[in-house]
Design a protein around this ligand. Sequence first.
Ligand SMILES: Cc1ncc(COP(=O)(O)O)c(C=O)c1O
Length: 396
Amino acid sequence: MSKRTVYLDNAATTPVLDEVLEEMLPYMSARYGNPSSLHSIGRDAKAALDKARERICNALNIHGSIIFTSGATEANNLAIKGFAYRMLRDGFGRDDLLVVVSSIEHESVLEPCRALEKEGLNVSYLPADRDGIVRPESLEHTLSSYKYKSALVSVMLANNEVGTIQRLKEIADVAHRHGAFVHSDAAQAIGKVKVDARELAVDMLTISAHKVYGPKGVGALCISDGVRLEPILHGGGHEYGLRSGTQNVPAIVGLGKVAELIPRFISLYEGHVRQLRDRLIKGILEIPYTRLNGHAEMRLANNAHISFLGISGEDLIIKLDEHGIAASTGSACSTLKQKESNVLRAMGLSREEINGSLRLTLGIQNDEQDVDYTLNVMADVVRELRRVSPYSKYRS
Ligand SMILES: Cc1ncc(COP(=O)(O)O)c(C=O)c1O
């Protein structure tokens, strides 16, 4: 079998599509205006931002504002810190506020929450079950047991590690019944599942371009009318005063194009990608001592998250890479911190299942040969690693 390059880390990032790049390129050269300038060159750039906002609103059924940011990380920070600081500015005391998040959120949600906790605010973490599902009942319980005057609930639409899709509408309904606002990090969900902000009844939605064939370093916080935030980046008052700094026009144009392409992406994920993913999971689970993590059905169509007992996920990644296959153990960000996945821990996986976990995330560019090649390599590599593993019971 000849070596090939197989990129199976599409949850970390995706390649920029040619048609996205094509729309961006003029804004890096000929159409270089600053959207805040009053002259026609500036107004041309401003029109590009307006078009991107409109495309995002149409694609996600947003009735409100789009605040462009440097990505999902910043959008999540703005949603959580921006909400809390605004409430404090409006005269609420620290004890009047409550932030509720799921324990399987991305670090860009959890870290701002931890920062708020250090400042004396109440933060409550919702549990997830073994499949990565956050139960609306546990939110009901939390909101009933706290005394607060203003609350924000933040639950991601789809998990970046195990791909589990949440019952977000039910969660939002519970939150609203208790008078809480709802934010959802949809960075992994857009382009893969239908995201309709109105139907989901969320007040704020985070998106990012580079998970869906757009450029890195751009995202947005979509805010429904009536949600008030405090800026966390101060300056010239761009983006309705919520995010100062000259906008990254080419990248925003790319994000707008991505939004326009969402229906096409969804049909590719639902058809082509899901078929490949199912073939991949089926093949891998034929290897002894393997387990699929995350919910069997309520999961992103491109996600295969598997625990290989008796070996380490990191060793597996290195071996797969030697064969041209790019995989991951979890979120691209947490690998920088070299720590055990908070998501898998919160789902109650054993130490051994966490150590041996591997995330394979397909994209629209993958094909059957990629999957078959990966399955062949995987079987050999796992056998080889288990041969030298101290856990002899998994040797075959
Ligand atoms: C669910 C989720 N939220 C947020 C982020 C951060 O996105 P960005 O790289 O755009 O800051 C990621 C990326 O890994 C993600 O998967």
